[in-house]
Design a protein around this ligand. Structure first.
Ligand SMILES: [Zn+2]
Ligand SMILES: [Zn+2]
Length: 348
């Protein structure tokens, strides 16, 4: 790929770190899902092939005409959500459900798995010194967690249930902690992920193969049930478990992309007027809250990074390994500046 050039209102970034996301793996194995194949994406004007990588941070090396908020040398994280600014959703401030929603690094317009990336100025968040490029690359999934917790309506004093402790489930745990929620039950078969969830603030972690999600959640909430349940697992029983574990008028937030339709009995929603809703990505405000949280919790967030690889290893050590091999990885980061021999497994 030729090195991209700046255009009016855009900024060139030397990519410091870019995360591989579960949705990247879905596109790789089962896609195309969101990658525009036959007609150009309305916001980027691009069709495949596109550059991937939507979780990234780096240093500004050049600014285009009209850019005023950032300057050369600034360190920034990229808010990947692209919105039109003209539709009814955007008018409400629901930019993450814009009628033309796109994602930088998925639907064209550039991406983070490259030495340099060009991004609209409006999609940048300046990073304080406390946030490294590696932690900066985690802000995108962190903002997703903040958005989901916000939509759930859960608040201080409530009990919540988080199904799945992959990167997004773990970010939901952190966002719950940030919201002052002290009673957090996490369901996760992997012992490694359960122990990280506990470090992140989960008060009770259980293996669904050996314990009942519904019984444990009711015990942990003194019989009330969870105020909110977050499905970041997309497991066959997770929606039914979520409904049965929530209190009257509780909310279930689906953050997971399901690979195929799943049997679900909507009648179960009637008895306690359970609300089932989706949560997609984040708004600028969610991202800002993530930056503020990460500045104070950088060392905690770093524990998500289980592997750092160079750009030349992105297929073998990144996509293929995550998709087809048994692995204990949580978040794999690509450092485009790193030589292939610098591929390493981070501590923790
Ligand atoms: Zn993602
Ligand atoms: Zn819009």
């Amino acid at each position: 790929m030729p090195e991209p050039g700046v255009r009016p209102g855009t900024v060139k970034i030397q990519v410091g770190a870019a995360g591989i996301c579960g949705s990247d793996i879905h596109e790789y194995v089962g896609g195309p899902i969101s990658v525009p194949m036959s007609s150009p994406h309305p916001l980027t004007g691009e069709t495949a092939p596109v550059v991937f990588g939507h979780e990234l941070a780096g240093t500004v090396t050049e600014i285009g005409p009209g850019v005023t908020r950032v300057d050369v040398g600034d360190r920034v994280a990229v808010n990947a959500a692209l919105s039109c600014g003209r539709c009814d959703s955007c008018a409400h401030g629901w930019t993450n459900v814009c009628r033309s929603i796109g994602f930088h690094g998925v639907t064209g317009g550039g991406g983070g798995f490259a030495a340099f990336d060009v991004v609209p100025e409006s999609n940048l968040h300046r990073l304080p010194d406390e946030i490294s490029d590696e932690v900066g690359a985690l802000l995108e999934p962190l903002a997703t967690g903040f958005h989901a917790v916000d939509l759930s309506g859960a608040r201080q004093g409530d009990g919540v249930l988080v199904l799945g402790a992959g990167p997004v489930g773990l970010m939901v745990v952190l966002a719950c902690v940030a919201a002052g929620i002290e009673n957090i039950v996490v369901v996760e078969p992997s012992a490694t992920r359960r122990s990280l969830a506990a470090v992140f603030g989960a008060t009770r972690c259980l293996d669904p193969r050996t314990e009942s999600v519904v019984d444990v959640t009711h015990n942990e909430t003194r019989g009330h049930g969870a105020a909110a349940a977050f499905d970041a697992a997309a497991a066959p029983t997770s929606l039914a478990d979520a409904v049965a574990s929530t209190r009257p008028r509780g909310t279930i937030v689906n953050i997971a992309a399901w690979e195929k339709p799943t049997p679900f009995d909507p009648t179960t929603l009637l008895f306690r007027e359970t609300l089932l809703r989706g949560s997609l990505a984040y708004t600028v405000g969610d991202f800002d809250r993530g930056v503020a949280f990460a500045a104070d919790h950088a060392a905690t967030l770093e524990r998500l990074i289980t592997r750092v690889i160079g750009l030349d290893d992105v297929i073998t050590e990144g996509f293929d390994r995550l998709a087809f091999e048994r692995h204990d990885d949580i978040k794999v980061l690509v450092r485009p500046g790193a030589a292939p021999s610098a591929a390493s497994t981070a501590a923790g």
